[in-house]
Design a protein around this ligand. Sequence first.
Ligand SMILES: [Zn+2]
Length: 124
Amino acid sequence: MHQALLAVSVSLAAAYYCTHRADENCACRKPKPALLHQAADDFNIDLSQSIFIGDSETDMQAGLAAGCQPIAFGACLCESRDSLPWRGSLPVARTAKELFDVAVKCLQDRGQDAVGVGAAQDPR
Ligand SMILES: [Zn+2]
């Protein structure tokens, strides 16, 4: 994955994942936020000033539990959001272009300058 991303000039600082089954009730499986807290500790990230992009209900729950601003990404999740308990309350993006715009707006709303998301947005 790192090599594939590097081929399009994207570097990944780290990847965190749970290796447990759902019935093992570990602390790191979403919707629990342990892996987000681990990344925050490892990279000195202020989760209250961060966005968390996901494509599942458990992603949204983990982001909220960690104090991030979750963003729902993906056509399937967007289309089904009316049946989900968080419908209407979280930003959604169907396409990568929409995701970029939504992410920039969310970071700006949190007082961030969107560095790292991209340089196409003029802060003024
Ligand atoms: Zn786990």
